[in-house]
Design a binder for this molecule. Structure first.
Ligand code: ADP
Length: 264
């Protein structure tokens, strides 16, 4: 399974960044009209950071997200994920890098409806390739236990998605993303389908995984309140990053370990 350029563990290029994007541009051709959805965006995400990209509808967030996640190719620019230059990879290698090193969380949860929560988490682990190959290891039940405790889904693991609330489904989706211990979690409007209470809970879970597991996280959102939870907030408009600011997540965690907004 291991390819010559990317073997799943050893970066081909030394880098301290988890994401390094230089002048990323994406131009869509809509008939005879070309739309530059993302224009020369450069950004770096360091290990352990929680970065939010916020902007109004149409500002290019989704397009940037798809490029950063290796789901679509940039028209121009350079993208290095966890030390691996995307341009150097063929399609199969890119897919392998994505499965192995990136945890995705989507607005619509994207859980498989016929599997239980546990089944969804297990299959993500299998697909990531971590269970196979010479260095493969089965999913660690103690780690799953830790995640389900942290995400408050312990009693829900044997339920199918249709038996779970939206907030629970998203927490299962976060567990599914975290189980492979990815280099980065990319979250696309993770609270977009949730009410305020469940949104708050999901944001707290993302923050907790960032703080407790040192999980590098990048979230896109149109909601400035959601973005505020991150350590660093990048504002997008018309395909460009126009402003950067420090978020509440940059503040140290309270001494008792509670997170802002924690309730009992
Ligand atoms: P956001 O996620 O911030 O709402 P998008 O990345 O979806 O922004 O869109 C940015 C711009 O690119 C918009 O003008 C949108 O209409 C355009 N766009 C997005 N996807 C496509 C596509 N597949 N073909 C043509 N234009 C697109």
């Amino acid at each position: 399974m291991n390819g010559p350029i990317y073997n799943g563990n050893v970066p081909s290029e030394q880098s301290k960044h988890i994401i390094l994007a230089e002048n990323l541009t994406k131009v869509y051709a809509a008939g005879r009209i070309e739309v530059a959805a993302v224009r020369r965006v450069s950004l770096a995400v360091e290990p352990g950071e929680f970065v939010a990209i916020v902007g109004p509808s149409g500002s290019g967030k989704s397009t940037l997200f798809y490029m950063l996640g290796g789901l679509t190719r940039a028209t121009e620019g350079r993208l290095v994920i966890d030390g691996v230059d995307f341009a150097a990879l063929n399609d199969a290698e890119r897919t392998r890098l994505r499965k192995h090193r990136i945890g995705f969380v989507f607005q619509r949860f994207n859980l498989l409806p016929t599997l239980s929560a546990m089944g969804n988490i297990e299959i993500a682990y299998e697909i990531s390739g971590r269970a196979s190959g010479p260095n493969g290891a089965p999913m660690d039940p103690a780690y799953l236990d830790h995640l389900s405790e942290m995400l408050s889904i312990k009693g829900r693991l044997h339920h199918r998605p249709s038996e779970l609330s939206g907030g629970e489904q998203q927490r299962v989706a976060i567990a599914r993303a975290l189980i492979t211990q990815p280099a980065i979690v990319l979250a696309d409007e993770p609270t977009g389908n949730l009410d305020t209470k469940n949104s708050d809970a999901v944001l707290q879970m993302l923050l907790r995984s960032n703080r407790e597991l040192k999980q590098t996280t990048l979230m896109i959102t149109h909601n400035p309140e959601a973005a505020a939870i991150a350590g660093r907030i990048l504002h997008m408009r018309d395909g460009e990053i126009v402003k950067e600011e420090t978020g509440n997540g940059a503040k140290p965690a309270p001494v008792n370990g509670a997170l802002p907004g924690d309730r009992d």
